[in-house]
Write a protein that binds this ligand. Structure first.
Ligand code: SF4
Length: 357
């Protein structure tokens, strides 16, 4: 059963514009069934060819079976430091963005799971235009394929709440990790979520050794409700308990991300409460600094208050690191390029909207 969360998933629009049969939507057994019919044959791994110019054998196979090999079109990209942000156009005119981050030992792909987002987090560009639709598993996988063969880490931190598109995100992870295909190590996949309790319970039962990151950002229900309005019905204690239960079950550490915002959640009382919430859990805390977004009036915390906050956690024995968001010079927080260029409007309507403005 798909998990129903705050707003509908743009079902009318998806019905009006049926998605083509996309090769990257195929699980290995679905591929086998299709490949067994008469006509040219290929191996499952051939579907994931990272080159722009796809081999003739692959093109012949897709023509014979009426399957579309690629559906994302690179619209723009911006580079800054070690990051490159790409805006991908989708078959129905919408767009999503992905970020490629170069590390010394490979590349990280930060990918989207939905067009827009229903949760309207105050600090996030993606949530400002609302949810338009879910991405299919193939559209999720294709972001990774198009970002190139050096990708050896994937983080679901782009546009959308991955647990609000549970079925397709799980299918995408299964396709990515299939040994006959891309053979991506699940330990290299991080799912970043605000933590929907029902979905966390379901995730606990999956046989997937992924990494889990929970965007906590508050120590009280009241502050969390202000920062993540779409999560109002999710009890903060239940979110933490479900995430911890996942960590226990999979013998892994769950990461809680806490964006320190001056005047909102950065007091010593907050730090002490956070230490209490983390007590005796298989957890670590990532303290984040605010990455400015046009049109959002939040301040960046100073070194001193961040240092004091961290000290409280250190003294309580909670594993903690301080992180700065990547690529501030190219608006690398999730959804900023998408929001600046499109505000959730389908690409083909963008010209008309600009003229009308
Ligand atoms: S932070 Fe995540 S859950 Fe919140 S609005 Fe942005 S994409 Fe949605």
């Amino acid at each position: 059963m798909p998990i129903q969360e705050p707003s509908p998933l743009g079902a009318e629009r998806q019905k009006a514009l049926p998605a083509p049969t996309l090769a990257l939507n195929l699980m290995a057994d679905e591929f086998d069934a299709l490949n067994a019919s008469s006509g040219p044959q290929i191996a499952y791994r051939d579907l994931f060819c990272p080159h722009m110019d796809l081999p003739r054998a692959l093109r012949n196979w897709s023509e014979a079976r009426g399957v579309q090999l690629r559906s994302l079109r690179k619209i723009t990209h911006e580079r800054g430091g070690r990051s490159q942000k790409v805006l991908f156009g989708l078959h129905d005119g919408y767009a999503v963005e992905s970020v490629l981050i170069r590390r010394h030992d490979g590349h990280t792909a930060c990918i989207s799971s939905q067009v827009g987002c229903a949760f309207a987090c105050q600090f996030c560009a993606s949530g400002q235009a609302g949810l338009k639709r879910n991405l299919s598993a193939g559209e999720i996988v294709e972001q990774v394929v198009q970002l190139g063969p050096k990708v050896n880490r994937i983080v679901f931190m782009g546009i959308g709440e991955p647990l609000n598109n549970y079925e397709q995100v799980m299918k995408a992870i299964r396709i990515l990790r299939d040994r006959r295909g891309m053979n991506f190590p699940t330990t290299g996949i991080t799912l970043s979520t605000i933590g929907i309790p029902k979905a966390l319970a379901q995730l606990r039962e999956e046989h997937l050794a992924i990494n889990l990151t929970i965007s906590l950002h508050a120590t009280t229900q009241e502050v969390r409700d202000r920062l993540i309005p779409g999560s109002r019905k999710h009890d903060i204690n239940e979110v933490i308990a479900r995430a911890s239960s996942w960590a226990e079950r999979h013998n892994r550490i769950v990461t809680f991300v806490y964006l320190v915002l001056p005047g909102i959640n950065d007091t010593l009382a907050d730090a002490k409460r956070l230490a209490g919430l983390m007590n005796k859990r298989r957890a670590r805390v990532n303290l984040m600094r605010w990455n400015p977004v046009d049109g959002i009036a939040l301040d960046r915390t100073g070194d001193r208050s961040l240092g004091l906050f961290r000290e409280v956690l250190d003294r309580a024995g909670v594993p903690v690191v301080v992180r700065d968001t990547q690529g501030r010079d190219i608006s690398a927080a999730c959804g900023q390029l998408w929001l600046r260029d499109l505000r959730g409007i389908p690409v083909e309507k963008r010209g008309a909207t600009k003229k009308a403005a």
